[in-house]
Design a protein around this ligand. Structure first.
Ligand SMILES: O=c1ccn([C@@H]2O[C@H](COP(=O)(O)O)[C@@H](O)[C@H]2O)c(=O)[nH]1
Length: 583
């Protein structure tokens, strides 16, 4: 683990069940290669770093070989955006260049990787991925429906697949695998990147040809949830389209789907030979899935907390013998880069915890309450004192607030884990009669777009997993025999497959589904004719401009003519606040 990380004192409840084909899977790691280093619960659950993970995977692959079975390592995308290691480069290099392309993730023996939406928000990230990350993987980074346009000679104007379209390979134990990497129909991608809809993907001649021959199994890694979600942002499950396209040709060939994007642990069984699993977010979870193809013996899934206890328990190794040389080197190299980029510099001391998912606005412990009621208005006023004579309404999309803040030192790295995105703040000065309707207008627009998307949605078939007949509660009682007070806070997953899948038994940390994306600082008391500065980040400038033009016809707002409110950018907001208020 990284220096100073607080180790977990909880342990897995039971050994993993191995099959003849086994998978370890990650998704939405978002740069959390240092692991979670804080001491407040549940952070110690996730205190292993990527060096520990490398040692774990290396040992697990050895165990698989000893058992004469296969173990494949899969990632479902969103490596970018989310910590100082991906977003805190002092040199302005492409996002995640050091963490992904050059140094760290390439050291893991992934068999299949897929791209996520966060690899495509900026053209520079996508190009860096293609030029510096993809070549390392030698056909294992799969982007079945994503292209990037190349603007350098001799490829000027050519639109080329970001990675490989598909991969056919034979495992060490001789199983023939056909693999794809699919992204949901993402539309906020940067100019110069192209995401083909999944409907169109499955109609492509190359796709039809690639699925024609029956493999022993299909491996579908992809950045979309395995289950429909409430939140319109992540309610983008196009898996059924790929599933049915394959099932039309191969009614019983095993299909293993590895999803992502909604940041949740999840599982669903589509038919007796098809299962879809998903491993959460931020290197909190390493997923495990096993199956017996030869005996047709069903599945076993597990969500592993990422700490050294977990890794040592499942590899049956003691502390002294667990680390591999390559794992230790990765741990040291990550620590070195974090130091070089001053990620541990302290901006101030947070007086309490604030949570992203456990409670919601306006709870005093919600990070949205801190951000909207305190941080945003305070920092906007500090950044633009010349506009202090006009009231302000600061609008923000909550999807950009990414994590908790914990009581104690608030560092440069924490700033990026809370808000990693670099945006300017634009503003429009409008009468309050208009300003007060912008947030509702933007949320309605987002809802309408989601409804349009969902109108043609095909539902995922779902079969309750029939292997374990016992209820979750019974299974849980069996695997945990100690007193409840010994349990630590963590995930208690309710997915759509039978049985209890969390590897370590916890007291439920809870969580909520997000509702509206657009929120604002507290509205001032004004008359309809009073003027107000409506401030918003450049990332959502287009929808806000659309709403403003609808509410205030004749003004013809357009992004190039919008003034910038202050010199502070969104990824600096928490630093400015912490330096002023928590020092
Ligand atoms: O520059 C950016 C890029 C994205 N966002 C917000 O992020 C979420 C999507 O994140 P997932 O991890 O894929 O769920 C979405 O709500 C965007 O609005 C951003 O704010 N700025």
């Amino acid at each position: 683990s990284q220096p100073g990380a607080t180790q977990s004192n909880a342990w897995p409840a039971r050994p993993l069940v191995w099959g003849d084909i086994n998978f370890l899977f990650t998704t939405d790691t978002h740069g959390w290669l240092m692991g979670h280093t804080k001491s407040r619960p549940p952070e110690p659950n996730y205190s292993a770093d990527f060096g520990d993970f490398l040692s774990f995977v290396t040992h697990m692959k050895e165990i698989a070989q000893e058992k004469g079975v296969d173990l494949l390592l899969v990632d479902s995308g969103d490596l970018h955006d989310g910590t100082g290691l991906t977003d805190g480069s002092p040199t302005g290099q492409p996002n995640a260049h050091e963490a992904c392309s050059n140094k760290f993730i390439t050291r893991l023996p992934y068999d299949v990787l897929a791209t996520g939406n966060h690899e495509l928000y900026k053209y520079s990230s996508a190009l860096d991925t293609r030029q510096n990350f993809v070549p390392h993987w030698n056909g294992r980074y799969l982007t079945s429906n994503v292209n990037v346009t190349l603007y350098q000679q001799p490829d000027m104007g050519i639109s080329a697949p970001l990675g490989a379209r598909y991969r056919k390979f034979t495992t060490l134990q001789g199983k023939h695998v056909t693999a794809f990497g699919v992204l949901f129909h993402f539309t906020w991608n940067a100019p110069g990147t192209i995401v083909q809809s999944v409907e169109d993907l499955v109609e492509q001649v190359w796709f039809r040809e690639a699925i024609a021959d029956p493999p022993d199994l299909f491996l579908l890694a992809g950045h979309m949830p395995v289950h429909l979600e409430e939140d319109p942002d992540v309610n983008v499950n196009d898996w059924p389209i790929v599933y049915y396209a394959i099932r039309q040709v191969h009614p019983t060939t095993p299909i293993f789907i590895f999803g992502g994007h909604s940041h949740k642990r999840n599982c669903t069984v589509m038919d007796e030979h098809a299962i879809a699993v998903q491993g959460g977010r931020y290197m909190e979870t390493v997923g495990w899935l096993s199956a017996n193809l030869t005996e047709d013996g069903g599945y076993s899934r597990r969500y592993l907390d990422t700490n050294r206890n977990t890794y040592q328990y499942h590899t049956r190794l003691r502390e002294e013998s667990f680390d591999t040389a390559a794992g230790l080197k990765l741990t040291n190299d990550i620590a070195e880069l974090a130091n070089k980029w001053n990620l541990h510099d302290v901006f101030g001391y947070a007086p309490q915890d604030w949570y992203l998912d456990r409670v919601d606005y306006p709870d005093k412990q919600s990070i949205m309450t801190l951000f909207l009621d305190e941080v945003l208005p305070t920092v906007m006023r500090l950044g633009a004192p010349e506009r202090s004579h006009i009231p302000l309404l600061a609008i923000f999309n909550r999807g950009s607030i990414r994590y908790d803040i914990y009581h104690g030192a608030f560092t440069r790295n924490d700033q990026y884990t809370v808000l990693p995105f670099k945006n300017d703040f634009f503003y429009a000065t409008v009468p309050w009669a208009v300003g007060k309707r912008v947030v509702d207008g933007a949320n309605k627009k987002r809802e309408d777009e989601a409804q349009l998307r969902n109108a043609r949605r095909i539902m995922m078939p779902s079969l309750r997993h029939t292997q374990g007949q016992e209820s979750d509660a019974v299974v849980m009682q069996k695997v945990f025999s100690g007193p409840e007070e010994q349990l630590t806070l963590g995930y208690v997953t309710q997915d759509l497959c039978d049985g209890y899948a969390d590897d370590t038994i916890h007291l439920d940390i809870g969580g909520m589904d997000r509702a509206d994306d657009y929120m604002s600082s507290p509205p001032p008391e004004l008359d309809d004719d009073d003027l107000i500065d409506v401030i918003f980040p450049s990332f959502v400038a287009q929808p806000i401009v659309d709403v403003l033009n609808k509410l205030f016809p004749g003004q013809n707002y357009s992004i190039p003519t919008l003034p910038i409110y202050c010199g502070i950018q969104s990824d600096q907001v928490f630093e400015v606040y912490a330096r002023h208020m928590w020092n």
